[in-house]
Write a protein that binds this ligand. Sequence first.
Ligand SMILES: [Zn+2]
Length: 269
Amino acid sequence: MSFSNYLNMLVQSKLGLVFVFILGSMFGSFFNVCIYRLPKELSVVKPRSFCPSCKKTIPWYYNIPLLSWLFLRGKCAYCGEKISFRYFFIELLTAFIFTFGVYKFGFTLKALEFIVLASIMLILFFTDLDERILPDEITLGFIPVGLIFAYFSPDRGFVESLVVGVIGAGMLFLLAYVYLKLKGIEGMGMGDVKMLALMGTFLGKKAFLALMIASVLGTIVGLFIIYVLKKGKRYEIPFGCFLAIGTVITYLYGNDIISYYVRHFLNHY
Ligand SMILES: [Zn+2]
């Protein structure tokens, strides 16, 4: 029996999925560190995790993904300070991303591509939400990774990913520049532009669909925040969050959305 057959048997036996779930929760624990440290330009490897309140280094047995938070009932073992539910939530969400990827695509390169893409979108979502920062380490750092996946992908070519990544980002750069000249304020951050270049390498021309989904969602939520929550018109919408959601939706359901649109709106007999 070949190695991939063996792996697929593991998936069918559900044991493989349990393993992938645990692996995902461990990566989620690391993503928590990335989300907290990357916008502050701190190293993600040193020092080891510590309590933000009492600064005590957290030993491995209090740092077990998912379980430690539950066991300690969301409190630091030393000072009793509350540990945000967010840490637990991101570990769980990452575990879900990993499990869903393998469940949907099997132990394939496609599954790995989905897991990498959804993971970096998760990190960008939360750094943008917390600090309005889309770290270059992720946006620019993963452009070569997207291109490598594109090279092996049957869905989009390497050239398509390269062209859309560069042109998409170029168009937005122009838009941001014109907006800045006309209004004197930065309408779209350069972080968003770099993120769109990244999306182009992973989605090819479908990155435009992701941008459309992000714009619609961003407008709806933006109007809600301004007129219902009355935060005022100067509230800065974290557009990267919507780009992240648009990217994952497009990666999973882009073809369905496009064919639905073509069937219902373009076929006039
Ligand atoms: Zn503490």
